[in-house]
Design a protein around this ligand. Structure first.
Ligand code: ADP
Ligand code: ZN
Length: 711
């Protein structure tokens, strides 16, 4: 195929998207000009388009190296839906199917060919590629080249041969997880010294981070979380052991949820079936060890739950990053407890690795524990950890939404630490708590610990409170766990200043489980005809996907369906302007969906005053998008979106608390200030608050108090 089309027109006509997200356009320009690129973008950032668009635009075929079969199949299915000539070569093909792909490659019929790394570096494959026109090499998941990372793949190192054999072909390496050192390694090993780097921030603003301490009742809390916040939605639950995975999956299934296990102990066949169901159906929950996830490209995973503590922030971020690739609101929810902390500390101490390696691991675990115990913004901590400069508190994590209280735990900590000291630095938490509470116990008497000074000096706290305190002392490294695995605790160097009274210790206050709910914005479920239409669209999508054996999101993403509900296009022409509908999809599905839309005319009577544009904002908002997302999605300013919502607030259609995420006292304070102004004028209030709140937010607050003034 020899043609040369502009990237932007490909974005419009093939993918149906209105604009590139920076830096996609710059990456594409670099490749089209023959240069190499190193792209670091968060999951869901839009890495694929960076090589798909130029591969389509330039004459010849783009070769994509991808480590996972499932990922290749997914991408190829999605490309074909968009009308792109794409194929893959990997071990899942029969000899005959592979021959057909090669025939198409040689005939110049393919825009994109996905190849497994071990196949790409075979001599026969390289010879084959020399006979065709290659327009670029894309190396996906490029961090797999790093020996230090957890995804190391030896075949990746051999990819340097690409540059030797095809020096003139531009190459692009892409990854979502690479610290400074890994980036250097990618450059060195893949011969990418000259590559232009595109490093985007790591932020995933649509993911809400929540970490709660949980001892006991964790599966009930998990169930409540799923039922209350994600009924019928897809999610992943991570557990540490296979046994626990089986247990939790079976239990959730017994509660009526569509939950499936996934771990290395299952047969290959069982794993594939479960993974396929997760990808191809809606609302499946996979309970898994970390073996599940890499290469899971499903865009509408609405939550990732951890019932155990990951070993490092890198692992946590990668695992939680599988939620919300489509940019719509998603939850990263974790429960962790005393036993997690002890187990991980023990694993580390008992490991046979050399001292330097252990030091790094210990440091990583410290950072992870620090994230759990902190009282400030979690996202800020995550982004700082990954080197993003000066992030602001996010307003979308548990600590921002419900700031935790702290208490002066200095005296309690001194009691706990001296109890460890006086009992000889070899007992575990349960025993120590019994001593502190002065329990009548045969073992305590046998050791003579009923006669030491710390016996019974801790009756002011409950068992749970002491366990929580010990957890935090271990997490903060004031207490060390023995290497033998009995859970015995000893004092660490860091305990000294606290014991000597030179340092105070302020800790998170533990709230009873029920209280630690995160009040925040939930999708306020669409109602009436909108809800019926939404369900009908999803049914139709599923039907079409099943017919073709592709996942539903390959047909249309959720965001595209939401926009169909919001805009109710009445012609193909209007439909073409919806994000995610390119010309091929319009041709394939347009009529079908138009027919369906015609059966669900908008319930006009319900909201006589709402203009169409307000209506659209409102529908997207009710479907769960945040103000920022609606603004980005519709290319409007946030204040405009707030303006639309203010009208809905004034009409009483949307509760104010859902629109502005401020606590009640703050809303009350601002509201009172507004009422004091003549005619509710906002300028003076805006200034008095030093511009901290958008005019749009003020307008919404005014709308709730002085409805008449809102328009
Ligand atoms: P990554 O590989 O970086 O995790 P993807 O390439 O899978 O991300 O893209 C994430 C999602 O964003 C996909 O659904 C993709 O279609 C969408 N997307 C990418 N670029 C754009 C764009 N310019 N406009 C709208 N949507 C986009
Ligand atoms: Zn935050």
């Amino acid at each position: 195929m020899s043609r040369m089309t502009q990237p932007l027109s490909i974005l419009h006509s093939v993918f149906g998207y209105p604009a590139f997200r920076p830096p996609q356009d710059q990456v594409i320009d670099t490749l089209m000009a023959g240069g190499d690129a190193l792209v670091l973008m968060p999951t869901g950032g839009g890495k694929s388009l960076c090589y798909q668009v130029p591969a389509i635009a330039l004459p010849g075929t783009g070769i994509v190296v991808s480590p996972l079969i499932a990922l290749m199949q997914d991408q190829v299915a999605a490309l074909r839906q968009a009308g792109v000539a794409a194929a893959f070569l990997n071990s899942s093909l029969s000899a005959e199917e592979a021959r057909e792909v090669i025939r198409r490659l040689l005939a110049g019929e393919l825009d994109l060919l996905y190849v497994a790394p071990e196949r790409l570096v075979q001599e026969s494959m390289l010879d084959l590629l020399e006979r065709v026109q290659i327009n670029l090499f894309a190396i996906d998941e490029a961090h797999c080249v790093s020996q230090w990372g957890h995804d190391f793949r030896p075949e990746y190192i051999r990819l340097e041969v690409l540059h030797q054999r095809f020096p003139a072909v531009p190459r692009i390496a892409l990854t979502a997880t690479a610290d400074e050192a890994t980036r250097r390694e990618i450059r060195r090993r893949l011969d990418l010294d000259q590559a232009r780097a595109f490093i985007s921030g790591f932020d995933r603003p649509n993911i809400r981070y929540r970490i709660a301490e949980g001892s006991g009742g964790s599966r009930e809390r998990l169930l409540r979380f799923i039922r209350d916040e994600h009924p019928g939605e897809a999610g992943i639950v991570y557990c540490l052991s296979r046994k626990r995975v089986d247990e939790i999956a079976a239990w959730l299934a017994a509660q009526g949820l569509d939950a499936l296990p996934y771990h290395a102990g299952l047969s290959q066949e069982q794993r594939e079936t479960n993974q396929r169901r997760f990808l191809n159906e809606e609302g499946v929950i996979v309970v898994a060890t970390i073996a599940f996830g890499m290469g899971i490209d499903k865009p509408n995973v609405r939550f990732v739950a951890h019932l155990n503590l990951p070993k490092s922030i890198e692992a946590y971020y990668q695992e939680t990053g599988r939620a919300g690739r489509d940019g719509l609101p998603a939850d990263a929810w974790m429960l962790y407890g005393l036993q997690d902390v002890i187990t991980l500390r023990q694993m580390m101490e008992g490991s046979e690795a050399d001292e330097q390696f252990k030091r790094i691991e210990r440091h990583k675990l410290d950072a992870m524990l620090g994230l759990c115990e902190m009282t400030g913004c979690r996202r800020q901590a995550l982004l700082t950890y990954f080197g993003d400069p000066e992030p602001e508190p996010c307003g979308n994590c548990d600590n921002c939404l419900t700031p935790p209280e702290t208490w002066d735990a200095t005296v309690a900590a001194q009691k706990a630490l001296s109890c460890v000291h006086r009992t000889g630095q070899r007992f575990g938490v349960n025993y120590l708590v019994d001593v502190l509470l002065g329990k009548d116990d045969e073992r305590i008497r046998r050791f003579g610990h009923d006669r030491i000074s710390t016996f019974g000096i801790g009756t002011e706290l409950s068992v749970a409170a002491w366990r929580g305190l010990f957890r935090q002392l271990i997490a903060r490294g004031l207490l060390a766990v023995d290497a033998e695995g009995h859970g015995g605790l000893r004092l660490a160097e860091r305990a000294r200043p606290v014991l000597q009274g030179k340092e105070q210790l302020w800790l998170r206050k533990e709230l009873p489980a029920a209280k630690r709910s995160t009040r925040g914005r939930q999708a306020a479920a669409m109602a009436g005809v909108d809800a019926e239409l939404w369900e009908a669209l999803r049914r139709k999508r599923r039907e079409l996907a099943e017919e073709q054996g592709v996942p539903p999101y390959a047909v249309f993403h959720d965001a595209t369906l939401m926009e169909l509900v919001a805009r109710r296009p009445a012609s193909l022409w209007e439909m073409a302007t919806i994000s995610g509908i390119g010309s091929h999809k319009l041709e394939t599905y347009g009529e079908t969906f138009l027919d369906l839309l015609a059966d669900y005319p908008r319930d006009g009577a319900a909201r006589p005053d709402a203009s169409e544009t307000q209506q659209e904002t409102l529908t997207l908002f009710k479907a769960g998008m945040t103000v920022a997302q609606i603004a980005a999605h519709r290319s409007l300013r946030e204040s405009t979106v707030y303006g639309h919502l203010a009208e809905a607030v004034a009409r009483g259609e949307v509760p104010l608390a859902e629109v502005v995420e401020l606590d009640e006292a703050e809303i009350e304070r601002i509201g009172a200030m507004i009422e004091l102004q003549e005619g509710g004028r906002l300028k003076a209030v805006f200034d008095a608050l030093e511009g901290r709140y958008d005019y749009g937010v003020l307008r919404c607050i005014r709308a709730a108090r002085l409805p008449a003034n809102s328009s």
